[in-house]
Design a protein around this ligand. Structure first.
Ligand code: NAI
Ligand code: MG
Length: 358
């Protein structure tokens, strides 16, 4: 029996609705595949911030350090500025725990209609590998001349050789387990220092992987190709900002942001990794019980994979694919009428069937 200690942060808004469904499915997977989980819940959120002035306690990172993984919903809510909630919780965890890979699969599943015509299930299947520790999301900068007509805001992008090389190497290694193709997102025509550097590092790293096809596009035309030719891609590597933008676009191309999973990985496993859906707290639908829990559930599958539970991870994916293909238990974002909970229960039940048929 494998035992895992998991820190659970539901966070805000629909995070509180989809995480319980993710846990339901993980429990079901654990029962089938001999894994047990001890969940430790942390109520860190914008509500906590309004009560205490902090998104997480001062020793929050120390409290998380000993877990096998962190399973997170979403943080951010009206009433607290988004940069305060993001920089008070998610970004410190991603950086302090060296979760420099943000892995975001983009796959068109059976039963889901893509807004892009002409692509059958399986035809769109790629991964976005987003640099998660540096880049455009930097604290270097400042503001001058507040509240005058000469007001200035400056923000510096930080690209390091170590940071670029390790994310690109991860992308190439991943491509070796897939279709041997890596695409780099760049903008070295407009951004004249950091992006040419990114391109140089990409060429250098690509040189170590002669068996992997490497190409690159400027981010502007790349967004167009995501829509026109989503079947061109295998692994797409991008900086923090570009990877973030591309992953919401990728999610839309394969049906719904409510389906898109993600993992913030520390590949060296010196620190816990953090698994969370791509989407945020969706204040516009929070409290209604209609959020799609599939992104959170699929992220749970990614957590199982990271923990080495490969059969359980595959079973979670099969079960959620079966529910989507059945097309009668779908949330409103996919055109259905089911609740968050009904979808979670359907996947958990389906998991029992998948496991029995093996
Ligand atoms: P969002 O992803 O929360 O919502 C965007 C749109 O997608 C909304 O119309 C929402 O209803 C819909 N949506 C999102 N997830 C869904 C699901 N599971 N099922 C059905 N529909 C879903 O992005 P938004 O509105 O930009 O941000 C809302 C808050 O979340 C902000 O405070 C933001 O900072 C935060 N946020 C947090 C993230 C995180 O914790 N990793 C990531 C993105 C945003
Ligand atoms: Mg995002």
């Amino acid at each position: 029996m494998n035992q895992y200690k998991i820190a659970v942060i539901e966070g805000d808004g629909i995070g509180r609705e989809v995480v319980p469904e993710g846990l339901r499915v993980l429990e079901a997977a654990g029962r089938r595949y001999n894994a047990t989980f001890s969940w430790k819940h942390f109520d860190w959120s914008c509500e906590t911030y309004l009560r205490t002035g902090r998104m997480m306690p001062e020793d929050g990172l120390d409290r998380l350090r000993g877990f096998d993984a962190i399973y997170l919903g979403a943080v951010g809510y009206p009433g607290v500025p988004d940069h305060v909630s993001l920089w008070g919780l998610l970004i410190p965890i991603r950086r302090s725990f060296q979760q420099y890979v943000n892995l975001r699969p983009v796959r068109l599943l059976q039963g889901v209609e893509s807004p892009v015509r002409g692509f059958p299930p399986g035809k769109i299947d790629f991964c976005i590998v987003r640099e998660n520790n540096e880049g455009e999301y930097s604290e270097v900068g400042g503001r001058l001349n507040h509240n005058t007509s000469a007001e200035i805001a400056l923000q510096e992008t930080v690209f390091t050789r170590r940071g670029c090389d390790r994310i690109m190497r991860y992308a190439f290694d991943l491509a070796r387990t897939r279709k041997h193709h890596v695409t780099s997102a760049t903008k070295s025509n407009g951004i004249i220092h950091t992006m040419p550097f990114w391109d140089e590092r990409f060429a250098a790293v690509a040189g170590d992987f002669p068996d992997v096809r490497a190409d690159q596009y400027h981010i502007d035309i790349l967004t167009a190709h995501f829509v026109r030719h989503p079947d061109w891609f295998d692994v797409v590597v991008g900086s923090n900002l570009f990877g973030d933008i591309l992953s919401d676009l990728g999610a839309a191309v394969v049906g719904s942001i409510g389906l898109a999973p993600s993992a913030n990985l520390n590949p060296e496993r010196e620190y816990p990794s953090m698994i969370e859906p791509v989407h945020g707290s969706a204040p516009d639908i929070a409290g209604k019980g209609i959020a799609n829990p599939i992104a959170q559930i699929w992220s749970g599958g990614m957590m199982l994979k990271h923990l080495g539970q490969l059969n359980a991870a595959r079973a979670v994916e099969k079960a959620l694919e079966a529910v989507l293909a059945g097309s009668d238990v779908l949330t409103p974002d996919l055109g259905g009428k089911a609740s968050t909970r009904e979808v979670g229960e359907a996947v958990a039940q389906g998991l029992a069937l998948v496991a029995e048929s093996e």
